[in-house]
Ligand binder design. Sequence first.
Ligand code: BTN
Length: 239
Amino acid sequence: YEIEYHDRIASTNDRARELAAEGDENVVVVADEQTGGRGRLAREWTAPSGGIWASLLLRPPRPPAEIPLYTLAAAVAVARASREVGVDARIKWPNDILLTGEDGAERKLCGILTEMEGEADRVSWLVVGPGVNANIDADALPPDATSLRAAVGDVDRRAFLQRVLETFYELTSADADVEGILDAWREHAATLGRRVRIDTPGGVVEGEAVDVRFPGSLVVRTDDGDERVVHAGDCEHLR
Ligand code: BTN
């Protein structure tokens, strides 16, 4: 990947989308600080100096329906890099990276904003944008968030991003198989085995999260014993 670095930018995802419109690919836009960081569901994303704010611009061979695989792979890549610097990072479905504090509460270390454009069977461009709260004081972040600084101290951001990109590349390379991504995700999952409530476009689904399934759906066993396959939604860990 070619890397485009900014000290400060509105949003690395916006910049990657601009590059997509210009015909680029395999570029990673990185910034120290974002002034208009964006989260999922049109939320704002707090992105002060010291984070790892990055957006990968790709033109993947897979069809739109399989794009969740890339987000899962990115979550695995961040979880692995986090473990390598000494934190017990786990993934909340589909792609939040959480750390559990001494008080037992789960707090968000990283979120990923995936955006794409394409037709039914072809993706024109894909932007996968992870935001890692790295060398940032926890009190500069929302209350439900934490940082690597708060957990283990500051990290080498360049080396960290390098590791993320390596793992992502490995997991998503053309000859890699899909089960490999799902297995790696399962290995780092916080959600499997937990009781969850998921706010989906089709209503709320509550039950035990039992597995993840191609291309990134969550299998939930509801209290009446039914299995529901959830493709998208906001997931809450109940216990
Ligand atoms: C979420 O959990 O809501 C997703 C947050 C994604 C934040 C990252 S930071 C890098 C990239 N640029 C953005 O504007 N957002 C993503």
